[in-house]
Design a protein around this ligand. Structure first.
Ligand code: GTP
Length: 643
């Protein structure tokens, strides 16, 4: 492996356009994974290694697999490194990181669907990273395929020269049947060989390697995935980190093909793993440059650390499990660096952990991993985004960022300051969302965006594609007249992090797709909504909402609270407040009579029995106290689960 000329590439595509199927075919054709008797892959989708990812069919972490391709045209063996990228919008940051280790991106487009929202977003990231693009039109075996319409789109929308003989000639394939896949391998070599320099012997060049992923393996310790940009790195080398200046010795080094194979060396252009005596994963800092010790080099351009998009709090169902929860989160965070966490405590829910995550799907995956891998059932509060509080005459970039609604300034403060010139300003993060759906659902989709405070910035009708009788996108000649539309909206991030995607799917019979990218900050009229139970604040429910929505949201939550608060011996007042004002309230009426009243003066044994019964009840349902009001934790769980 170590001697072979390397070419690194990635496959980028809209969800379901066939990225994993194409990857499997490439691995099979190069003999990296065996082909099953019935032509089916045995080791299906080797790239998706985590359990939750397999279950949901999505790739979260980036992975690298190397394969050897014996090219008869060039009469040379090549080492093709496939760097996998995650497929969901929550993980756009990881896509960018994985692409930094590549020279080429295979842009896969489904011939029956054409360019979709995610095709556009991954294409932009690949261009920004300076990658060569090879367009691959997939699923040409399907009756609804319109490869010519896709060619037009690739040229018109992405500016690619895709016709035969042109610089970015598109390859027609069926990843399912294998047709055209050999051409993909040939083209990878043709394009890759133009930009690959000779691996050389690595003696006369200063070694620089980019760390683009790392994790903890219970047998091997810290494993770092590196892309060697200059020189060569060998087993036994003394190396150093440009970031921390710490020194290490290379204990083992190699490639994944598809399992780990020790090669003793990685040369310029190669991608593989390295194990050195790093004690903890943060030492293998992503974006770091590794170089030979005592050799001065300029660090490679790294990446900005990923920034959490949403924050939420996790509480154990039983407070005695807090240490177990903290340990589980700590371990999961070791292999998922996009998670941030810190301790937090709530008056009502006790000791918990504040989590920073990339989006709603990431939150769901994290919760599933806690349950699957650590047997932890947790209560997770509503997610919130980060807000920026800009003080008068303050540089916006220096402004305080808050992620906890409890740190939000009181509404009175806001109202008084806002009236003065250059007053205190609250800003919220914005995104540009790209949505696609059949024309029929355009109205429903627009309405949803407007309801979420969206502002339309673009609307394109997708020519050459339409929807068939079943509503699914197909080539124009098979369409029932309906076109596909692509719409762009500018939306507040807070409006899309919870149930937006689910609602979009249900309003468009599942046909809409959605992608978003960061679009800076915007000043907004936001308020904090707080909840009180007979005068005692329920801190875990505090949330930040737009003023225009405060009353509606307040009504929903006071009603939810009314449903879960058990009847007490007195009337419970449920209130939602903005500043000092009550914006919604409910009452939970008391039991008609005091149940214990009859016991006083009664038989001693009867009283004892009653007390014991109560004790048992307490053991079963750990109750949380909000002031005088007792709420069983189970009910709290319902509060956050109910959609
Ligand atoms: P994510 O990993 O979820 O992003 O999806 P993906 O892009 O990896 O798509 P995947 O390879 O899982 O393919 C999606 C579906 O399309 C699967 O049901 C495949 O069997 C099917 N498929 C992929 N390629 C072809 C093809 O060339 N022809 C046909 N008919 N179906 C295909």
């Amino acid at each position: 492996y170590g001697q072979l000329q390397p070419i690194s590439f990635s496959i980028i595509a809209h969800i379901d356009h066939g990225k994993s199927t194409l990857a499997d075919r490439l691995l099979e054709m190069t003999g990296t994974i065996p082909i099953g008797a019935d032509g089916q892959v045995i080791n299906k989708q080797v790239l998706d290694s985590l359990k939750v990812e397999r279950e949901r069919g999505i790739t979260v972490k980036s992975q690298a697999v190397s394969m050897i391709y014996d090219d008869v045209t060039t009469k040379q063996k090549w080492l093709l490194n496939l760097i996998d990228t995650p497929g969901h919008v929550d993980f756009a940051y990881e896509v960018s990181r994985s692409l930094s280790a590549c020279q080429i991106a295979l842009l896969v487009v489904d011939a029956t669907q054409g360019i979709q929202s995610q095709t556009l977003s991954v294409f932009r990231v690949a261009m920004a990273r300076g990658l060569r693009i090879i367009p691959v039109i997939n699923k040409i075996d399907l009756p609804g395929a319109s490869p010519d319409a896709v060619l037009d789109q690739l040229h018109e929308r992405l500016g690619l020269n895709v016709l035969p003989g042109e610089s970015e000639e598109a390859i027609m394939v069926s990843a399912k049947t294998g047709k055209g896949v050999e051409d993909v391998l040939k083209r990878l070599v043709a394009v890759g060989s133009e930009s690959t320099q000779d691996v050389g012997d690595g003696q006369d060049e200063k070694m620089r390697s980019l760390v683009f992923d790392s994790w903890y393996d219970s047998y091997k310790g810290v494993v770092a995935l590196i892309s060697v940009k200059d020189g060569a790195i060998r087993k036994g080398d003394k190396i150093a980190s440009a970031h921390s200046r710490k020194r290490y010795e290379v204990l083992d080094i190699g490639v994944n093909s598809p399992t780990a194979i020790a090669t003793g060396i990685l040369r310029k252009g190669q991608v593989g793993w390295v194990i050195c005596n790093m004690k903890s994963v943060p030492e293998a800092s992503i974006g770091d440059t590794l170089h030979h010790d005592k050799v001065k080099v300029d660090p490679l351009p790294g990446f900005k650390p990923s920034v959490p998009m949403i924050y939420c709090s996790a509480f154990p169902v039983s407070s005695a499990d807090f240490p177990k929860l903290e340990m589980a989160i700590q371990k999961l965070a070791l292999n998922d660096r996009s998670v941030t966490w810190s301790r937090e405590s709530s008056l009502a829910l006790g000791q918990g952990v504040k989590l920073g995550l990339l989006g709603a799907l990431h939150m769901e995956i994290f919760r599933a991993r806690l349950a699957d891998e650590y047997g932890m059932e947790v209560l997770i509060t509503n997610p919130t985004v980060a807000y920026r509080i800009v003080r008068p005459n303050e540089d916006e970039n220096e402004a305080k960022v808050i992620t906890n609604p409890l740190e939000f300034p009181d509404d009175e403060v806001m109202r008084s300051k806002r009236s003065t010139k250059n007053g205190l300003q609250i800003q919220e993060p914005m995104v540009i969302g790209t949505l696609t759906c059949p024309e029929e659902y355009l109205g429903a989709m627009s309405q949803l965006c407007f309801d979420r405070r969206g502002e339309e910035i673009d609307l394109i009708f997708q020519d050459g594609f339409g929807t068939g009788e079943d509503g699914k996108p197909v080539g124009a000649e098979n369409a029932g007249g309906e076109r596909l539309v692509i719409m762009k909206h500018r939306l507040p991030l807070s409006e899309i992090v919870t149930d937006f995607f689910g609602e979009l799917k249900s309003k468009t019979a599942g046909f809409a797709t959605f992608d978003y990218e960061d679009d800076g900050w915007q000043a907004s009229d936001l308020v904090r909504l707080s909840f009180l139970l007979t005068g005692t604040p329920l801190d875990a429910l505090s949330q930040i909402v737009h003023r225009s929505k405060a009353v509606d949201v307040a009504k929903v939550w006071t009603q939810k609270l009314k449903d879960i608060v058990p009847r007490q011996q007195y009337e419970v007042n449920i209130q939602a407040m903005v500043g000092g004002r009550v914006v919604s309230s409910e009452k939970k009426t008391a039991y008609r009579k005091d149940v214990t009243a009859g016991l006083y003066g009664g038989h001693y044994e009867r009283k004892l029995k009653h007390l014991n019964k109560q004790k048992e009840g307490k053991k079963r349902l750990r109750a949380m106290s909000v002031g005088r009001v007792q709420i069983p934790q189970e009910n709290f769980m319902k509060l956050f689960e109910a959609k």
